[in-house]
Design a protein. Structure first.
Ligand code: NAP
Length: 256
């Protein structure tokens, strides 16, 4: 664990605290940098501790090992976080691109455990600290896969739909509490996402982004920074961000 200040969220620390899951790469790492630049003390969570510790040192945050699929790990991650102003539920991803007829149950389990139950575990654990802050914000990174169904993608689209519905339900359940909720649904963002989806097949992953200009992780992080900087009474409920070159999950300038 890397830490540069007092226990984040404790009474000694006046700095606002932001928790970012999946902060070791892609959108999560860019968001951690963005929120730190806006003055937050960022608590970074992911399984690859060497990456989050390096980033935590760079931005003056705190790196803590986190596996969102493991209850014990989540409990250790949130221990001592008394006041949290922002939680970014970002840890997630896809595995495979198979039709239902040949679906790999282990891939489905990974996607549901990480995107759906992972978001549930972190959110549940941090609701008291978000309310205690007096001005909390939950940002959940879903996807346009939470808005559309597409062939061969049902493991991921079903998980993202479920994650999104949980987040939208919480918007109702927390009405009257000092917590805002924002769902961010990105289209194509060039990160390690496709490398993870295709089990490290770099050629296949690179081909996804060839011939068009995808979003960068920073494009998404800047929008999250904007959301976090709104006053307490302004709730940006849902934001869909796509590259100009992409009109839907399956239609882009390459596919027509
Ligand atoms: P990425 O570069 O692969 O980042 C995924 C992050 O999730 C990594 O930091 C990874 O860290 C973390 N993670 C995975 N499993 C985890 C676990 N069990 N516990 C804790 N952390 C875990 O991909 P990305 O594009 O930035 O993805 C971020 C989010 O955006 C995901 O929810 C993804 O579904 C969503 N999204 C991505 C795109 C896209 O086109 N890239 C589009 C729409 C939505 P460790 O491996 O170190 O644990």
């Amino acid at each position: 664990m890397s830490s540069s200040t007092a226990q984040p969220g404790s009474s000694e620390s006046e700095q606002k605290v932001a928790v970012v899951t999946g902060a070791s790469s892609g959108i999560g790492a860019a968001t951690a940098r963005q929120l730190a630049a806006q003055g937050y003390h960022v608590v970074l969570g992911a399984r690859r501790t060497e990456l989050i510790d390096a980033l935590a040192n760079e931005i003056g945050g705190t790196g803590r090992q986190l596996d969102v699929t493991d209850e014990t790990s989540v409990n250790a991650f949130v221990a001592g976080l008394e006041k949290v102003h922002v939680v970014v539920n970002n840890a997630g991803g896809a595995k495979g691109l198979d039709p239902v007829a040949t679906a790999d149950l282990d891939d489905w389990r990974w996607m549901w455990e990480t995107n759906v139950l992972g978001t549930l575990r972190i959110t549940k654990a941090l609701i008291p600290a978000l309310i205690a802050s007096g001005d909390g914000l939950i940002v959940t990174i879903t996807s346009i896969a939470a808005l559309e169904a597409y062939d061969n993608g049902s493991g991921y689209t079903s998980a993202k739909h479920a994650q999104a519905v949980m987040h939208r339900t919480l918007r109702f359940e927390l009405l009257g509490k000092p917590v805002r909720l924002t769902e961010i649904a990105p289209g194509m963002v060039e990160t390690d996402f496709s490398l993870v989806r295709f089990e490290g097949d770099k050629e296949r992953a690179d081909a996804v982004y060839e011939g068009l200009t995808p979003l960068s992780a920073d494009d998404v992080a800047e929008v999250i920074g904007f959301v976090a900087s709104r006053p307490p009474h302004v709730d940006l409920d849902q934001i869909v961000i796509k590259p100009r070159d992409q009109a839907s999950a399956r239609r882009n300038v390459k596919t027509g």
